[in-house]
Structures are given as structure tokens and as C-alpha cells.
Design a protein around this ligand. Structure first.
Ligand code: XMP
Length: 523
């Protein structure tokens, strides 16, 4: 039995800030989860019996006004659970409204950077959130229209701004805290300290949620779930499936078999790297299916992007099924599902979510129970777990790569010759970005091979070759992206190396389209 996992719930009142708050709590080494505001007091209490006792609650900000009918609210019994609560922005207003305080439309909202002054006596020991170690006057980030004019009954105001007299309040005896500003954003430089005071001092939590504790807990959970059964895992070379496989292998050793389907559409050296890392280095039993020929045969003559994606996806599933056919005793399938996927699939606003055919995904008609050891983690946490498990930087810091691989970066028909050309050009782009030290700043940098040719001259000879398009973007989440302002000398090095080293290429262009209107990939 694993130890209970002390949990802080971040109640989402519709702000884009809820994820950020959850991450900040985790950065303080305390486990946090995002929950909808429809959660009831009974559901919160029940978590203790699931081994995840709730030790603190944060109410997030939100775009609504507490005065508007139908504005998001919370089960009033939550206030009476005896669990410390920190309300942020809308959350602080909601606490005030529900607990005897007042929120007014004063017409004096605050937006952006504001000076906050901590009350003198609060600064000298009268406050939990603010201590003498922080400056009495500090910049904070504000974004509110309504204003708290009276804090909840029993609470005292501990900080104010010129427009907001109750910018922070505390009822230490009842464990209720409110801040009108956003402690979770970088524009509030002392915000993390405020959050940590809430976690450590108000909730009595300790910073024990470390990478080692995550790994140890997951190992126990995986062992309990899988028992002595067999599990399989489809490896794509990407960070999520790689970390999931390494973690499950740590837990159940040779009961895990990985299947790696080499479609021939991977980047240069990737297939060998997967085999090297997992089979030789991690000692994982690996079925390496070399299916390049089948993929090239299937793709012959297909030029339409969706038809290409569909063909690749379908064949992948067939090959995966064939390869795992000898493993019919496997009851479990390991998947690298991450917390953002879980949050997204839990929201009703599904129309916004991009649907990608994810090669390496679950074949529809295969019957397995899922093992998803990364379900509670954000991407940066998965990377840290990967490093802790001994995976190399090339895998842990790998840029996103589409399931259909280079197939969607070759415009027109996919042939082995074009794949070889693109692999070389793509390797040069990535090598140069890495050498320039920009690898972790750039979301993705890659090469595209369009289906056109142009005239050039090399030596004394006329050439009629293909161009390569370089695509490099910055992004937070791939939903929007901007083209990366790469230095000219870096672009020049890429261009001259590609033209000199890759036979058949005589021109290089740089894609300066943002998303929207473009997508990151060309197909
Ligand atoms: P787009 O081209 O839609 O891509 O702007 C957004 C992000 O998703 C990646 N991508 C894929 N990932 N399977 C995946 O797992 C796919 O089929 C796929 N297509 C695009 C793309 O590389 C970018 O990071």
C-alpha cells in the first residue's frame, strides 16, 4: 500500500489560470489536481478513502462577476470542511460573497502591474501569506473589475493597493485566505512565496512530492494494477511513450514487451536510437518491426494529404496487431497519456480540441486494460521523470513529431528517395539549431520537401532540383504558433549545408507563416 498522497485541489472557475496555479503548487513540491467548480464537499471528503486526502483548496480566478446570475459558484459546504482555502481573484470574491463580506462594482477595476502594500502589523508577524522576508511594497499582477469592499466575517485585511482596499485578507483561525491579485503569474515576482506560505504554513504541507516520490508511487501502483500479467507498449520514439515504457519496465521488468514499428518515415537515426536506448541500455524486451517496405508500397501513388494520413494510420495498426499477435496473453496496454489530455477530454468544449490521428494510438478493436502512469503529469514533469529514469536527452527533450512522420512533410507522393533526401536536410536543420543553442527555445524546427522543382546553377552546370523549406516555430501548446526569428547567419549555415550536402536540392526557403493562418505541419 502506498502512503497517502496529500493533495491540493485547484477549483477551476473558468480561468486560463487554473493550469498555471496547479503547476505552481507542484513546483512547490506539493501534488495538485484541477477539479471543476461543481465538485461537492462529499466528493472532496471521499478522496481521503482513495488515498488522496485533500489538505488545501485553491479557488482560481475566472472571467465572471459574482453579481451575474448563473456565475460559477461552489457547494457552500466546502467552506465548512475545515480544509484551508485560498481564493485567487474571482475565487477571493466568491469567498467574500459567500462568507459575509461584500463585493462591489465600484467602476475602479485594476488591470496589469500594480503596487501592493502589506499592512505594517501583518508584515511583522500578523500574516501567514506575507512575511517580513518579503518587501512590504511589491508589484503584483491584477485583472479584475469587481472589488472586495468587505472581507469575509472574521477575516482581516492584510494588504491593499491604491484602488483595492482589501487586496488580501486572512482568517487564520478558520483557514480562509483571499488575494485579489494573481500570485501564479510571473509578473507577480513574490507570488510563489505567497503560494508557498499558504501551502506550508496555512495547510501544514511539506515539499515531499519529488521526482523520486512520483516514481516510487507509480511503481507500486503499476505493480498493484498489473500483478503477474503481461503488458505491451507501443513505442514511437516520442518522450511520452518512452517515459511510460521506462517507468513500467522499472515496475514489472520482463513482464513488459515493447513494440516499435519502424515505418521508414522516422527522422534520421531515430529507429536505431530507439533500439539502442530501450533494448541495449534499458534492457527492455523490444519487438522491432521493420515495416518500411510495406509503408512505401502502400503509399505509392497517394498524393492527397488526408488519404496519406489515413493510409499510414491504418497500416500502422495492422502492423502493430501482427507484431503483437504472439503476445495474446498480454492483458495491459501501456499508454503515455498526460494530464493536459485528461483535462482536455474532461471539458465540454471539445470542439476546440484538435483531433490528430496519432499513430501509436490504441487500435479500436484491441481489448486491453490501460496502464497510464503519466496521467497526472505535465510535460515538463514527464521530462524530469525521464531524466531520473536514465533516458538520454535526445529522447527526453525530443521535439513533437507527427504520428505519420515525414510522410506529411513530403508534399505529393512519398518515395524512399524523397524520404532519404528529407531525412538528411532535416538532420542538418536540427543539428544547426542545436549548435546555436536554440533547441529548447524553439517548439519545432524541421524541413519540408515540396513537390516542385526549380532551376539553379552549381559549378558550371544548370540544375533542376527540389527546394527544401525550413519551418521553425515558437509555441506554448501548438494551438497557436509564430515563425521563429532565426538569426540570418544560422539560416545561411543551414542553407549552404543543405545545398552542398544533400544531392538533388538546389534551393532553400524559410517559411514565415504563423498559426493561424498556417498550421505547423504542411499537410
Ligand atoms: P498542426 O500541423 O496541426 O500541428 O499545426 C500541431 C502539432 O501537432 C503535431 N502533429 C501531430 N502529432 N499525430 C501527432 O501525434 C499527428 O498526426 C500530428 N499531426 C501534427 C505537429 O507536429 C505539431 O506539433
Amino acid at each position: 500500500m502506498t502512503d497517502a498522497l496529500d493533495t491540493v485541489l485547484v477549483v477551476d472557475f473558468g480561468a486560463q489560470y487554473a493550469q498555471l496555479i496547479a503547476r505552481r503548487v507542484r513546483e512547490a513540491r506539493v501534488y495538485s489536481e484541477i477539479v471543476p467548480h461543481s465538485i461537492t464537499a462529499a466528493e472532496i471528503t471521499a478522496r481521503a478513502s482513495e488515498g488522496r486526502p485533500v489538505r488545501g483548496i485553491v479557488f482560481s480566478g475566472g472571467p465572471a462577476s459574482v453579481h451575474v446570475e448563473g456565475a460559477p459558484s461552489i457547494d457552500p459546504a466546502v467552506h465548512e470542511l475545515g480544509i484551508p482555502i485560498l481564493g485567487i481573484c474571482y475565487g477571493a470574491q466568491l469567498l467574500a460573497r459567500d462568507l459575509g463580506g461584500e463585493v462591489a462594482r465600484t467602476g475602479r477595476g485594476e488591470y496589469g502591474r500594480t503596487e501592493l502594500t502589506v499592512d505594517a502589523s501583518a508584515h511583522h508577524g500578523g500574516s501567514t501569506l506575507f512575511t517580513a522576508a518579503q518587501p512590504r511594497t511589491q508589484p503584483v499582477w491584477m485583472s479584475h473589475f469587481d472589488t472586495i469592499t468587505v472581507p469575509p466575517t472574521g477575516a482581516v485585511v492584510v494588504a491593499s493597493t491604491s484602488d483595492t482596499p482589501a487586496a488580501a485578507y486572512e482568517d487564520r483561525a478558520a483557514g480562509r485566505y483571499g488575494v485579489q491579485f494573481h500570485p501564479e503569474v510571473v509578473h507577480t515576482p513574490h507570488g510563489q512565496e505567497v503560494l508557498e506560505h499558504f501551502l506550508y504554513d496555512a495547510c501544514g504541507l511539506a515539499p515531499t512530492w519529488t521526482m523520486t516520490s512520483i516514481i516510487d508511487t507509480q511503481i507500486e501502483l503499476i505493480r498493484a494494477q498489473v500483478g503477474s500479467a503481461r503488458a505491451i507498449c507501443g513505442l514511437s520514439g516520442g518522450v511520452d511513450s518512452a517515459v511510460a515504457a521506462a517507468l513500467v519496465h522499472r515496475a514489472i521488468g520482463s513482464q513488459l514487451t515493447c513494440v516499435f514499428v519502424d515505418t521508414g518515415l522516422m527522422r534520421q537515426g531515430e529507429g536505431e536510437q530507439v533500439v539502442e536506448t530501450f533494448q541495449r541500455h534499458q534492457g527492455i524486451e523490444l519487438i522491432h518491426v521493420r515495416a518500411e517496405d510495406r509503408f512505401f508500397e502502400r503509399l505509392a501513388g497517394i498524393t492527397e494529404p488526408e488519404a496519406k494520413r489515413k493510409a499510414i494510420g491504418e497500416l500502422f495498426i495492422r502492423v502493430f496487431e501482427d507484431a503483437s499477435g504472439g503476445l495474446e496473453d498480454a492483458e495491459f496496454l501501456v499508454q503515455g497519456t498526460l494530464y493536459p489530455d485528461v483535462i482536455e477530454s474532461g471539458t465540454k468544449d471539445a470542439a476546440k480540441i484538435k483531433s490528430h490521428h496519432n499513430v501509436g494510438g490504441l487500435p479500436d478493436d484491441m481489448q486491453f486494460a490501460l496502464v497510464e502512469p503519466l496521467r497526472a503529469l505535465f510535460k515538463d514533469e514527464v521530462r524530469r521523470v525521464g531524466t531520473e529514469l536514465g533516458l538520454p536527452d535526445e529522447i527526453v527533450w525530443r521535439q513533437p513529431f507527427p504520428g505519420p512522420g515525414l510522410g506529411v512533410r513530403i508534399i505529393g507522393e512519398v518515395t524512399p528517395e524523397k524520404v532519404a533526401m528529407l531525412q538528411q536536410a532535416d538532420a542538418i536543420v536540427r543539428e544547426e539549431v542545436k549548435a546555436a543553442g536554440l533547441e529548447r527555445e524553439i517548439w519545432q524546427a524541421f524541413a519540408v520537401l515540396p513537390d516542385i522543382r526549380s532551376v539553379g546553377v552549381m559549378g558550371d552546370e544548370r540544375t533542376y532540383g527540389h527546394p527544401i523549406i525550413i519551418r521553425a516555430v515558437t509555441s506554448e501548446d501548438a494551438m497557436t504558433a509564430d515563425w521563429a526569428r532565426l538569426p540570418y547567419d544560422l539560416l545561411e549555415r543551414m542553407s549552404s549545408r543543405i545545398i552542398n550536402e544533400v544531392a538533388g536540392i538546389n534551393r532553400v526557403a524559410y517559411d514565415i507563416t504563423s498559426k493561424p493562418p498556417g498550421t505547423i505541419e504542411w499537410e
